[in-house]
Ligand binder design. Structure first.
Ligand SMILES: Cc1ncc(COP(=O)(O)O)c(C=O)c1O
Length: 373
């Protein structure tokens, strides 16, 4: 029997046709036309003024922090449980990551967990919409405004999520998205940074092209900066995916619904939350094991692996991984962030690839029920 994959995209003839068209004709007078169409359509989708297509989402966080003027001596608050890409750009600009705890139900930052990490040196907050879930961003934004902090919304995993009628990615000074091959909207590798602020848009456009403004013809770079551009072929795939985004998100919600119907009511198991007012795009259906089951996430993963089911662990707290754990910030976080540490011990991402059908999910649930007895 085939293995059940944990993540993967849903590509159709439309993506292939747009990519072939870009490969044939995205040059000379037509160069950049797919990138422009993708950026414009993406900005409309998120409901913001500007979108910049990038080689990956990490570049979007890096550009955001650089454009916001975050640098040496500054601290940036980031959730302890997230992919390292949320935090690594803090180090790229010479600032210090401060790892905040997350909420038990949403797995995201709260205003309280951010407040617990504020110091005189705090310059910005990176709020992550983990696995498609959403924090209470309006309250976090108020806190940021009260303390003069910038807010970056890391919506890498959350295209299609909403809080009220506002799409994920629209709540910060900037918002960033990933189109990595595992994501709901995929260009293989790729990303987008969005903003409503003209000043940040202008600065990021300049920084992402080796310190030259768009249209510059004289190559007199006025600063040493970065090279962060998406190719036309990737943008063509992205545009095709964006035209299908409702269908992609609906499939993610179906996958979650198939799991929910089979796993709800099992004592000691909990799944992703969808608090009132939130529309969760469920990038990864994730199960958290209650202590009474006597099973760690590692043990569950190993047993599912032996039965042909691929999974991933809930993100380990950043403060626990070798890249950070010997720093003073990490040691303080390890003492403070009880929820992050508990979730990491007990959480497992279940197969959520867009190619799954209800039969695949039923098979995962049957194996899972057998494993937990
Ligand atoms: C929460 C989060 N932030 C940032 C990133 C970085 O995305 P990319 O790999 O496109 O740079 C990811 C990617 O997995 C992510 O999950």
């Amino acid at each position: 029997m085939d293995r059940i994959p944990v993540a993967g995209p849903w590509l159709t003839q439309r993506e292939a046709e747009y990519a072939a068209d870009a490969a044939r004709g995205d040059c000379y007078g037509q160069a950049g036309r797919y990138t422009k169409r993708f950026e414009d359509a993406f900005a409309r989708h998120v409901g913001v003024k500007h979108a910049i297509a990038l080689p990956h989402c990490t570049a979007g966080i890096h550009l955001s922090l650089a454009a916001l003027g975050v640098g040496a001596g500054d601290e940036v608050i980031v959730p302890d449980v997230t992919w390292i890409a949320s935090a690594a750009p803090i180090s790229y600009v010479g600032a210090t990551p401060v790892f905040a705890d997350v909420d038990e139900a949403t797995w995201c930052l709260t205003a309280e967990s951010v407040a617990a990490c504020l110091t005189q040196r705090t310059k910005a907050v990176i709020a992550v919409d983990l696995y498609g879930s959403m924090p209470d961003l309006p309250t976090i934004r108020e806190l940021c405004e009260a303390h003069g902090l910038a807010l970056v919304e890391d919506a890498a995993e959350a295209i299609g999520s909403r809080l009220g009628d506002r799409p994920a990615g629209a709540f910060g000074d900037t918002g960033v998205f990933s189109f990595h091959g595992s994501k709901t909207l995929s260009t293989g590798e790729g990303g987008m940074v969005v903003t409503d602020r003209d000043d940040l848009h202008e600065r990021m456009m300049f920084l992402r092209d080796h310190g030259r403004p768009p249209g510059d013809k004289y190559f007199q770079n006025s600063e040493v900066a970065f090279k962060y551009k998406m190719s036309g072929v990737q943008a063509a795939v992205g545009l095709a995916q964006l035209e299908r985004v409702d269908e992609l998100v609906a499939r993610k919600r179906d996958i979650f619904g198939w799991y929910h119907a089979r796993l709800r009511g099992i004592d000691g198991l909990s799944l992703n939350a969808e608090p009132a007012g939130v529309h969760n795009s469920y990038w990864m259906t994730t199960v958290v094991l209650g202590g009474a089951l006597g099973l760690t996430s590692r043990a569950l993963m190993d047993r599912l692996d032996g039965r042909g089911v691929d999974t991933r662990p809930f993100f380990a707290p950043l403060s626990s991984i070798p890249a950070y754990r010997d720093t003073g910030e990490a040691q303080r976080a390890a003492e403070r962030n009880a929820t992050a540490y508990r979730l990491a011990r007990c959480g497992v991402n279940l197969p959520s690839a867009l190619c799954l059908n209800e039969g695949d999910v039923a098979r995962v649930c049957e194996v899972l029920r057998n494993v937990i007895g």
